[in-house]
Design a binder for this molecule. Sequence first.
Ligand code: DGJ
Length: 716
Amino acid sequence: MPITFQHDVFHLCAGGVSYCVGVKDGQLIHLYWGSAIPDSDLWYTLPQAGPSFEPLPNVLPYDFPPVDTGDFRSPMVDVEFANGSRTTGFTYEGYEILPGKPNLSGLPATYAESEDEAQTLVIHMADALSGLQADLLYTIFAQTGAVARSIRLTNGGGKPVIIRRILSASVDLPDSGYEFFHLHGAWGRERHIERRPLITGLQQVSSMRGSSSHHHNPFLALVTPDTTEQHGRVYSMNLVYSGNFIANAEVDCRSHARMQIGINPEGFSWLLEPGRDFQSPEAILVFSDAGLHGMSKAYHALYRSRLCRGKYRDAERPILINNWEGTYFDFNEEKLLAIAARAKDVGIELFVLDDGWFGKRDGDNCSLGDWVVDKRKLPHGLDGLAEKITAMGLKFGLWFEPEMISPDSDLYRAHPDWCLHVDGRPRSQARQQLILDLSRQDVCDYIVDAVSSVLRSADISYVKWDMNRNMTEVGSALQAPGRQRETAHRYMLGLYDVLKRITSAFPDILFEGCSGGGGRFDPGILYYMPQIWCSDDSDAIERTFIQYGTSMVYPVSTMGAHVSAVPNHQTGRITPYQTRGHVALSGNFGYELDLSKLSDEELALTAQQVALCKEIRRTIQFGAYYRLLSPFEGNDCAWEFVAPDGSEALVFAVKRLSMPNRRRRPVKLQGLEPETRYQAADTGAIYTGGVLMQAGLMLEETMQDFESFFVRLKRI
Ligand code: DGJ
């Protein structure tokens, strides 16, 4: 049994990991999180009382810190009672151990398909004076040792309670000799790696943008300073949520580190009426004593198979051509069919029509919300276009941005109160658009109906679901004044409901998330859509950073990656076609350019890349992924995939700038069988796995900037 209760300690133990929470004087004491230990007799590790000036709670390590009774660090839950006070006195009431993992009502979450995959501990806490109850949920997954944590607050008292803060996980580590490791960025530069020593006090990453954001990912790791890909201790948290969040670490005067993640309390509150409950999103906690690779391996395994869902979870993803960078808004049926015909010739499988097919959308200044085909551009309608494209032997896919409304749209003229706004205040525009108020049921119903009727109107196999601005004036016309600060979270609940309804009504459609590229690349979205457009920056060199950083948490099968034209539209950089292909092949492969403008040589290369993708995509999408050389640490980067059955390994490398005094460089591989022999497909050279892992594979450099390398090794 992965979960036991002995010595007043709950011991969750699986996948080489132990997580221990004790019960003492009615409080939940955090006792251990790390490599598996044989028993949980850990009370001797508890810190001793501090100076009398300071109450004992500020010294103790908690899993559910008490509030206003002497723990002065960041709380996990903070409420305001009807009398205006915030002091709570939650004490332990009991527990349940459930097989498998229960669903979280209305929220995306990891899941178990059978009872032996996971076990769930529910710890019941209650505040006797107010009647407030807190259920803390802990699921441990057998294979990975990942722990899913969340909290459900129920108002069992007779008076309303305002929730001011409700995080999903809080863990107190007994030491603080770590580095703060997180993923940050901006539009076109998402999920870059940053790592810096922990200092005393609070350090935090967050989003207040109404989405998880380009700028910070809902992820945080504390890593020992010696941590590399293969070595070091890593404690990490990732929030299964797509809205405002915080992830923080707080080091106190005793050098203890509190680590937390959850909904951003800024701008948030929730009125909890008697008898009602509030479920927090879940946080996934991964510990690794085998460095960053160990952490990523656990997230990848869990997310690929027990977060992503539906028909495409285990299916090979189609190679697509998207017309966005090829045509932007300037297209007609003829132009699209010309691109599609070329795509078919080179073996591409799916044609995706991006923004501009509806209303009067010749630019980004109008028509969002009016999901009716523009007959000026597509005189035979979407069905006519889809019919011609499918007759060529391609599948047809379509772009939407359903959460948005243009002020210049019939929808806005009919329903000016359907957007997020605050009465009497200006409605700030970004990309000349406003955001629909998804906290409203009528708005959600409209989106479901409008999108569904388009999806039913033509043979559509794929949807790109975009979201292109941050939230401002986050108010709702329908909510009572005391509930306005619920709007951002209610929006997320509305979005999740819309996604659930649409994805379950159209189970054969492949959905790809997008938010100006990777502005909402998070586990919440992945629950509904198994892949996300990684970034609007399609430059191959920029992508080596973005995809490398993204891979820290998210499996390669979740990342959309396309070959685009040069000079690159985001950076102006000119990179070789081969390099663009190799980088894009290391994600869900596709093209985003006007194929009818390619030279014969480029078209021939395209056909080769497409053929190669078809041969190797199982290994890329379902194999083990290893980071070999970090672009953040030098001029070279390299990564590797090993097939699930070990039969092949794929090694990719990119050199940024050419340098004088060229040399042959070794790249040490990972994940091979040491005694087994492997043959390089291109040269026929034979190596043993142990040699490739210890001495490395030699990369032959030429005098070219932005050069890439690819070696396919087959087990013989
Ligand atoms: C932002 C997306 O990231 C792009 O790929 C493209 O779909 C545009 N929106 C269209 O407006």
